[in-house]
Design a protein around this ligand. Sequence first.
Ligand code: PMP
Length: 406
Amino acid sequence: RFDENVCPQAAEDPLFGLMAAYKRDSFDKKVDLGIGAYRDNNAKPWVLPVVKKADDLLREDPNLNHEYLPIAGLVDFTNAAQKLILGPESPAIKDGRATSFQTISGTGAVHLGALFLSKFSEQKPTVYLSNPTWANHHQIFSNVGLQIKTYPYFDKKTKGLDFNGMMAAIKEAPSNSVIVLHPCAHNPTGVDPTEDQWKQIAALMKERDLFPFLDCAYQGFATGSLSQDNFAIRHFVEQGFELCTSQSFAKNFGLYGERAGVFHWVVAPAPGAQDAVKRLASQLAILQRSEISNPPAYGARIASKVLNDPKLFAEWEEDLRTMSGRIIEMRKAVKAELEKLNTPGNWDHITSQIGMFSFTGLTEPQVKAMQEKHHVYMTKNGRISMAGLNTGNVQYFAKAVDDVVR
Ligand code: PMP
């Protein structure tokens, strides 16, 4: 019944395929710059010391059990997550205009938002994604039957933001369209708007009556400062938008596989906003119930312990600075090595880009040569996960780049 006409063989997920190819490679100097997961200077996964501490505290608790969480998740966790992403002084929290649902990490949060928008918008909105964006955005929004368009984002020439192109596309978007934005550490380019540009984007979206969907997967991980990294979200809320935001704790807590995330909806300040948020929450609860019943507990418990304890919170901020700091050091090291080698081209973008990724500008054939000749694994679009670099392999990496661009 499900023959190849109705269910053709799908291509392997490119990123997870790349991981498998890396694993198969027996070369001792191979370098994995594919998946966006933090690695320490020995190329090993890093359990944040504060996460280890919270984990130990949880295990000591004799009352810990494996009961179901409520449909909306662990309340202490989602409340703390809300303060973190909207800012503790957020007018949306003070006015009771926000509702939050714990989800299957950031992916689940994007999905819950996409599903809600698809089901409850008067007319199915078009969703505008940055070009390029996290590849999964395309799948998540099209899976729920929403039409997708893209807006220009990356300027190949400057390897920075195509701000004029982005603004021109937003200006043309029909009112009520959904504009998906990465509030910090854009994946895959590592290029973010400046604070002033964010203000201009918000003003234009207000004028055009567009709906912001802020997908936040790297708060605190990008600059090391939690409040710097949520500037865009705070600004949109302060401007009185109705909006939603998806929050992942995969990267900033290193809780990748524990799938800790939250979906937040903020209603615009208007009479009846609190009733509106209640209605919205009641429908989100039904969607959540039918999709996952209730979210997984363990990762949320760990993050909750840290977020709700000022001492642990301060230790977490220190861990965030360790991760973002090491990445920034690696950016500087790559640039210095390439300059030392007199590698053709300008490499300023390596240090001006931010967060987990760098869009190197290497072409597809160059990426292929990086893998086949030098055993360096990176995605076809020339993106590298900066965390895959360390003091032991950065020179090797730079030499490989130098070789393939010549
Ligand atoms: N959005 C973006 C832009 C991302 O880069 C990621 C992580 N790759 C996610 C969402 C969600 O990841 P996760 O489901 O692991 O939290």
